[in-house]
Design a protein around this ligand. Structure first.
Ligand SMILES: [Zn+2]
Length: 69
């Protein structure tokens, strides 16, 4: 699971099982700004957090990609 979040407020823009380019995410959503805080979103990720799931745990930790201007 990959989670795309607003860089400013952390609003979850999209959850996806596939890896998408930020451009594709914004295209899918038809957004250029965060719907919650109106921060401008760009096609370049600001922060990519990759959290592999430990095999001994059931809980899935998502990958987090934050979009920014
Ligand atoms: Zn936001």
């Amino acid at each position: 699971m990959i989670v795309y979040k607003c860089h400013r407020c952390g609003f979850i823009l999209l959850k996806s099982k596939e890896v998408l380019q930020p451009k594709e995410v914004l295209g899918k959503l038809g957004l250029k700004r965060c719907p919650r805080c109106l921060a401008p979103l760009s096609e370049t990720p600001k922060q990519i957090k990759l959290t592999p799931r430990p095999s001994y745990r059931r809980r899935k930790k998502p990958f987090i990609i934050r979009l920014f201007k």
